[in-house]
Design a protein around this ligand. Sequence first.
Ligand code: ZN
Length: 120
Amino acid sequence: MKICRKCGAKEENEVLFICSECGGPLRTIKSNPFTEGKFGIFHVNLDSVTDNYEELLKLLQECFITRCEYLYHMGVFNITAVHPSFEKMKEGQPPELYDIMYHEDKLEYFFRNVKKREVN
Ligand SMILES: [Zn+2]
């Protein structure tokens, strides 16, 4: 996404250097999952913290955590956070739930929307 320095028009076409509205110079806007409302909720199992600490930390480093609570009866940390892969929150609705999945080829954790698990 780019924005015109002169008239403020938003330009989706990343290849353009000048505004298609007024010919003014464009500047690139970095995506910001926080202002975009990409909030999600996920559970971190206590076992995975002790067994896969390093790998898990890599995923958590990409998150801006806004809430964390240890749920003793479930043995999980219930975390609300911002992450680029989360979907934008819908107005008046709570953040969606995500699973933490392990990618065998890339050897890393990633988030998957729980809704997509239920579809498959
Ligand atoms: Zn312009």
